[in-house]
Design a protein around this ligand. Structure first.
Ligand SMILES: [Zn+2]
Ligand SMILES: [Zn+2]
Length: 274
């Protein structure tokens, strides 16, 4: 085990959506920690992506709550909770933010891993079978979809968790065109999301193995980035990272890591390359 001192040998993961299949091999390889799957609590009661159950807590608070519930229901001292959120306001399509919260009550430790990346998913509207087939072909064939009565806010779910183009087209024909489909974001139905959850699990491994040089507390990562790397030609500050800081939440020790490069290409300079 390369994690921090007195790290647990087992950690409970609370999920109804098969996330243990993603997280467990990454924790085993990276930390030598065994994942114990817990599904005796219905995580959908904390909020669902279709908004049938509204989420009252923030994504981070929800992930932490799931981690504590994982401990409670397994009787283990360490637990992981996972929560995803989707944002489509940035103009990059849909951005998936995945949080994995790790709690270790024996060591009074909380570590949160967060990864956010755009995923190739979107709402689909189609007025006939050919159009629907063409639009579905742009996405992962293992992605599942919900069939909606319309694209409006108050749309009714006509069918949920549909997968396979033939099944989806049959359902569309049953309910009649025009149809609207929205992605099923539950992890077992969403391959794009599973990739981001895997990245978050890797981030968690990194954080649990990054120890404060002063006290050995984990989560000592150079995450606070300061921009301003000087331009190679005119020396004015650019948007590139000049220095990264790490800060220990336990002993307050701080460390800075300057960018290996001393200057930025003038390509990034607002004066030389406006
Ligand atoms: Zn420290
Ligand atoms: Zn310049």
């Amino acid at each position: 085990v390369r994690a921090y001192q007195n790290a647990p040998h087992q950690v409970a993961l609370l999920t109804k959506h098969l996330k243990q299949l993603i997280v467990s091999p990454i924790l085993a390889d990276g930390l030598g920690i065994k994942t114990v799957h817990v599904d005796s609590f219905d995580t959908d009661s904390l909020g669902t992506f279709d908004n049938k159950v509204k989420r009252d807590l923030s994504a981070k608070q929800t992930a932490l709550k799931k981690a504590h519930l994982a401990c409670e229901f397994s009787g283990l001292s360490a637990g992981i909770g996972s929560e995803g959120s989707f944002n489509s306001e940035l103009g990059f399509g849909i951005v998936d933010q995945e949080i994995l919260a790790f709690v270790d009550s024996a060591n009074a430790l909380t570590v949160c891993a967060i990864v956010a990346k755009p995923i190739n998913l979107a709402l689909i509207s189609a007025t006939d079978e050919t159009m629907l087939y063409q639009k579905l072909a742009k996405f992962d064939p293992h992605q599942a979809w919900h069939l909606l009565s319309s694209a409006e806010q108050d749309a009714v779910y006509l069918a949920t968790g549909l997968s396979g183009a033939d099944n989806i087209i049959a359902a569309a024909n049953r309910h009649g065109f025009e149809v609207t489909l929205t992605p099923d974001f539950r992890a077992m139905h969403c391959p794009a999301r599973r990739e981001i959850i895997a990245l978050a699990a890797q981030d968690l491994v990194t954080r649990l193995c990054s120890l404060c040089p002063n006290c050995g507390h984990p989560d000592f990562v150079f995450s606070h980035k300061i921009s301003g790397l000087p331009c190679e030609l005119c020396d004015s500050p650019t948007a590139l990272v000049k220095v990264s800081h790490a800060h220990c939440v336990s002993c307050q020790f701080q460390q800075s890591e300057p960018n290996e490069r001393k200057s930025a290409s003038s390509f990034y300079c607002e004066l030389c390359n406006p």
